[in-house]
Design a protein around this ligand. Structure first.
Ligand SMILES: [Zn+2]
Length: 386
């Protein structure tokens, strides 16, 4: 029987479209039921009790605690996922389930990041953390393939901005680069913790010809982005939404896009004036790992309708669409695509464009990126658009 041709209004078309995800945190995407079960096993104290001590109650707590509008309180919710991810078995399980959840949502390639240093409270050594997560990803890939979903996961090792372990984590990323780790990242509260504190790690990675991204321009503005690119040498920017502080409406003396987003959205792209940093980011095709729902929750963007991704898209920056933390934002790649469809009229062709952008920006070898674009993304969209 011939299936009905999907339209962009049908709910599952976003799930069926091949998608690529570059910015997703392992400890931000744990299934609520898994948090509950692991907490029962380990005695970890959860913030819900009584009749709310269910997967649904916990999911609602994460969502509302993360909805506070500040990056700092958003980051506090992670104590309850990281808290139950302190054994090899727990790490394997969470990594396997994350892979399966993404695959069932139509993600064909994802880079999932986590901070090994946050998973040693139960006595694990750093290499054991990496090996457990890798094992979970491989199990998840095999299980997804058996279900008919092809997916590949690359791990990014994150170092925390406020800690002093970045060089050690960078060395770990290089040590495991031929065993499932594709890059490195710095995350955590931006305030008071500039990426230049970790220059030693970035210089080491560059000497090793290794790839890295940096969380920058989420809570903090242009100096953070400038340091990440020009001092640290980041290949990609985690979020980078605040680059629009360097784009003005109507001319070099007009309001910034942040100051008047509605005017920016209404303006002809030719009337948007790029400052030197914004121009550099666009000229060099530096990928921006944008996470619309997460940015609205932390206050980095006022709403999906007024998210800078829309302006950057029209100006043809290399934008990519991401989930950041699926649990805290109660989201998925197909949900994010659906939100952009509702708020900005994105259709399948637009999703294919950002998906291809993401694949071009992946930390995989060039020939492997091309193989995913030619072998999976193009035929996948061609079938949906036929
Ligand atoms: Zn992030």
């Amino acid at each position: 029987m011939r299936e009905t041709t999907p339209t962009t209004d049908s709910v599952d078309v976003w799930a069926r479209a091949p998608k690529v995800l570059l910015h997703d945190h392992l400890d931000g995407g744990v299934r609520p039921a898994t948090v509950l079960e692991l907490a029962d096993e380990t005695g970890h104290d959860l913030p819900v009790s009584g009749k709310d001590r269910t997967a649904g109650g916990l999911a609602a707590w994460f969502r509302s605690a993360a909805d506070s509008g500040s990056l700092e309180s958003y980051l506090e919710t992670f104590a309850h996922t990281v808290g139950v991810m302190q054994t090899e078995a727990a790490l394997v399980r969470v990594a396997r389930e994350a892979t399966l959840d993404l695959a069932r949502d139509g993600v064909v390639y994802a880079e999932i990041r986590y901070a090994p240093e946050l998973h040693v409270a139960g006595g694990l050594e750093l290499p054991a953390v990496v090996e457990a997560v890798n094992a979970g990803f491989r199990e998840g890939e095999a299980q997804a393939a058996a279900e008919g979903h092809g997916i590949r996961i690359g791990a990014l090792l994150t170092a925390m901005r406020h800690a002093a372990k970045s060089r050690e984590i960078a060395e770990l990323a290089v040590r495991y680069r031929d065993a499932g780790v594709v890059g490195f990242d710095i995350a955590g509260a931006e305030a008071g913790h500039p990426p230049t504190r970790h220059l030693d790690a970035f210089e080491y990675l560059r000497r090793e010809n290794a790839h890295f991204t940096i969380h920058a321009g989420e809570a903090f503005g242009l100096p953070s982005i400038w340091e990440a690119i020009q001092w640290c040498g980041a290949d990609r920017l985690g979020h980078g939404v605040r680059i629009v502080d360097d784009i003005r409406v109507g001319g070099p003396d007009g309001p910034t896009v942040t100051e008047d987003i509605d005017a920016a959205l209404a303006a002809d792209p030719a009337d948007l004036h790029l400052g030197r940093l914004a121009a550099y980011v666009r000229d060099r095709r530096i990928p921006l790992e944008m996470c619309p729902s997460s940015n609205v929750q932390t206050g980095a963007a006022p709403s999906i309708e007024q998210h800078p991704i829309r302006v950057l898209d029209r100006l043809r920056f290399r934008i990519t669409l991401n989930t950041d933390n699926r649990l805290m934002s109660d989201t998925s790649m197909s949900k994010e695509a659906g939100l952009l469809h509702e708020a900005a009229g994105w259709d399948l062709a637009r999703l294919q464009w950002v998906t291809t952008n993401a694949m071009k920006s992946a930390f995989l070898p060039f020939d492997e990126r091309l193989a995913v674009i030619e072998g999976t993304i193009k035929p996948g969209y061609a079938a949906l658009l036929a």
